[in-house]
Design a protein around this ligand. Structure first.
Ligand SMILES: Cc1cc2nc3c(=O)[nH]c(=O)nc-3n(C[C@H](O)[C@H](O)[C@H](O)COP(=O)(O)OP(=O)(O)OC[C@H]3O[C@@H](n4cnc5c(N)ncnc54)[C@H](O)[C@@H]3O)c2cc1C
Length: 455
């Protein structure tokens, strides 16, 4: 990148413009995944939509690629060229309780929206971790702990403001740039810099939810029961299971420390007594170590999964499953059950179906509506394992589970498109083709690179 370009950016942008030798460059580029080090030619901290416009216009004139970094929960590949824009400073959340809409800026995280909506008896349909960025998450669809009841999070997006490759600020909603609106509801990247979105809020104050941890001996019987039980659940009941291999660390509650356990998460939207009745067969299926399932204010929804918030080296792969049965449980336990020596900290299955199967009026780009379950495999957070050991482990697991693995996946669960074919598989073929056309229309010179190994 030329000095002239750097000087231009410094002259036109209010936020920091940092080159590799500048103090603060590495901090500006660090995110949730400590195993990824980005080294672009320059990183620009956006403070306003005007900053985004200035960056895009300068980049377009010089043909310099632009990529967006929000919280770093979802960029597993190092970005090594061009401009990275960070959105942390682009905050500006407001909630309209009458319209039941949150106006969310690119730098806001779900925790802020949950806290702002709760006093009004409202809640965003968000993800498992409230530390994830709302915009990046929603652009990929988003499957959270209430997905069976309320669908993909992108189903709740009502409009976006986008700085396009032409350096123009456009609204994308059902009436203006409707094709771009369709694409941004699940099509993820390569369309521009989204500076804000309007997001509908659900009327919801409390859940019957939490998680129950079972000992290693209970993993097989509880998993078998869970597999059958999910077939009986109404859409108002959401659940997932995860085998956790927990390290012997102080911060982990004593009954779980250093153990392999199964956690069943539950989130029921409705009467607590009915939720309790529905969940009872799971409570009875094994030896309980910890049970937190009960009436839960929706503001505490992140406690259901209790995902790590602090930055950590992280490595995961994900697919969707077409269904699960007794044969799956056997194959799953043979591959990743407590008796196996595998370098995996978590192997999670989430129950989909219900509202995740139904598209919104007018349609949206999100992929994965045909999936019955998600499967996410998370490696031990030791970067030494990331290059060879974990990919080989996951290849083995997926080979054993092949009869149940869906040909379709969904982008937020696709682990950065590392699995062969997972980019194309993240959307149905006709959606994939339409997305390519919309990217070409809004970004003909590929200013915003997107796809496998593109950051
Ligand atoms: C601990 C953890 C828990 C998770 N839980 C869930 C879950 O429950 N459900 C689920 O669906 N996903 C989940 N995810 C995946 C997560 O939703 C995606 O990784 C998402 O992309 C993160 O978005 P971000 O903006 O926070 O992250 P970033 O890594 O900063 O951004 C990811 C990508 O989003 C795009 N992007 C972000 N902001 C903008 C913007 N303003 N304009 C244009 N493009 C933008 C870019 O393509 C960027 O590469 C989880 C991930 C982690 C690590």
């Amino acid at each position: 990148m030329t000095q002239e370009m750097i000087d231009r950016l410094r002259g036109e942008v209010a936020g920091p413009v940092l080159t590799p030798e500048a103090e603060g460059y590495a901090e500006e580029l660090s995110g949730f995944n400590l195993a990824v080090t980005h080294t672009p030619d320059v990183v620009v901290g956006l403070t306003s939509e005007d900053d985004a416009v200035a960056v895009v216009r300068a980049a377009a004139e010089s043909g310099t690629p632009v990529r967006v970094l929000a919280t770093g929960h979802g960029i597993p590949n190092p970005i090594q060229d061009g401009i990275v824009v960070t959105t942390t400073r682009l905050t500006g959340l407001t909630v309209d309780p009458e319209a039941k809409i949150a106006h969310i800026a690119a730098g806001n995280r779900w925790a802020e929206v949950i806290a702002a909506a709760a006093p009004h008896g409202l809640a965003p349909i968000a993800g498992a971790s409230d530390a994830v960025g709302c915009v990046g998450y929603t652009l990929g669809g988003g499957l959270g702990p209430l997905a069976r009841t309320y669908g993909f999070s992108s189903d709740w997006a009502r409009g976006f403001r986008v700085v396009t490759a032409a350096g123009e600020v456009v609204t994308a909603d059902p009436t203006e740039n409707a094709d771009l609106f369709w694409a941004l509801r699940g099509g993820k990247g390569g369309f521009g810099i989204v500076t804000a979105m309007d997001f509908a809020l659900a009327e919801l104050s409390t859940l019957y939810g939490g998680s129950v941890f079972f000992d290693a001996e209970s993993v097989a019987p509880v998993l078998s029961s869970w597999t059958e039980w999910t077939k009986t659940l109404p859409e108002s009941a959401n659940s997932s299971v995860v085998i956790l291999r927990l390290p012997p660390l102080e911060f982990i509650p004593e009954p779980l420390r250093g153990k392999t356990v199964l956690s069943v998460r539950f989130a029921y939207v409705g009467d607590a007594a009915e939720g309790k009745r529905l969940f009872q067969p799971i409570r009875d299926a094994g030896t309980v170590l910890i049970d937190t399932v009960g009436e839960l204010p929706v503001s505490d929804i992140a406690l259901i999964h209790n995902d790590p918030k602090d930055p950590t080296p992280s490595w995961d792969r994900g697919v969707l499953l077409t269904g699960i049965d007794a044969g799956f449980v056997d194959a799953f336990l043979d591959a990743v059950g407590p008796e196996q020596q595998v370098p995996l900290i978590a192997v999670e299955i989430r129950h989909l179906g219900g509202a995740t199967e139904r598209d919104v009026p007018g349609g949206s780009a999100v992929g994965g509506r045909s999936g019955a379950f998600t499967l996410t495999i998370i490696g031990v957070p030791d970067p030494v394992l990331f290059e060879k050991v974990l990919p080989a482990t996951v290849d083995g697991v997926l080979a054993a589970l092949r009869p149940w693995v869906s040909a379709e996946t969904t982008v937020n669960f696709a682990g950065g498109f590392a699995l062969p074919g997972s980019y194309e598989a993240s959307w149905p073929a006709d959606t994939f083709a339409r997305l390519a056309g919309i990217r070409a229309a809004y970004d003909p010179n590929r200013l915003f690179p997107y796809g496998p190994r593109q950051g």
